[in-house]
Design a protein around this ligand. Structure first.
Ligand SMILES: [Zn+2]
Ligand SMILES: [Zn+2]
Length: 206
């Protein structure tokens, strides 16, 4: 009987451990996670490939395919001529097969519900944890602080690695230098150079 209680106890413990560690990067023997990148409304495949290589270098995620698609009408928020990131994530769910992650890229402005504001402008959004993320370079390209392509790419690179971090289960980090610190719609947080995970965030997902 005592053995049975031990067994149930271990089952509950391991279930809790699974829920606390949704990261696919945990455990050395695990297969690497795979990613599909979706280029919306003419987002350049060459750019998607470049960002994909950065994601592979940083997280070891394998980019399976790069697809082109059009943002569906239900993701558009007419009052502000902006797309709703939450709706885009719902749409991207259709791309997830088995354990595949999916990242949507676009040039159009995106927003999401924050408190009473329905379309708070953002750089990107990702489920935490989950399989879908979206990033837009609209606000990056509009910023006066971003004067050249290299800086724009650096910012977008920080955004997509940040959103994938959410997908792997990481919440926002209070360390401002950390890749997972909240951008809060401000370019100053993502323009400060190539960002990496702080030790605490790193140890959470690896
Ligand atoms: Zn975030
Ligand atoms: Zn951190």
């Amino acid at each position: 009987m005592r053995g049975l209680f031990y067994f149930i106890g271990i089952c509950i413990l391991s279930l809790t451990a699974c829920q606390n560690n949704p990261s696919p990067l945990k455990g050395k023997s695990k297969a690497k996670p795979h990613l599909t990148i979706v280029c919306f409304n003419g987002y350049e495949i060459t750019e998607a490939k470049k960002l994909g290589r950065e994601l592979t270098a940083y997280y070891g995620i394998v980019v399976d395919s790069i697809k082109q698609d059009k943002l569906p009408a239900f993701t558009f928020y007419k009052p502000r001529s902006r797309y709703l990131a939450d709706s885009i994530l719902k749409y991207l769910k259709g791309y997830t097969l088995k354990s595949n992650y999916v990242l949507g890229l676009c040039h159009v402005d995106i927003g999401h519900q924050r408190g009473k504001i329905k379309d708070y402008g953002i750089f990107g959004l990702g489920y935490e944890p989950g399989l879908c993320a979206v990033a837009s370079d609209c606000r990056i390209k509009k910023s006066k602080q971003v004067r050249n392509y290299a800086t724009a790419f650096l910012c977008m690179n920080n955004v997509v690695r940040h959103e994938l971090g959410h997908n792997f289960g990481l919440p926002h980090c209070t360390n401002k230098k950390c890749l997972l610190s909240a951008a809060d719609g401000s370019i100053s947080n993502i323009i400060m150079g190539y960002k990496t995970l702080c030790q605490k965030c790193h140890d959470t997902i690896y």
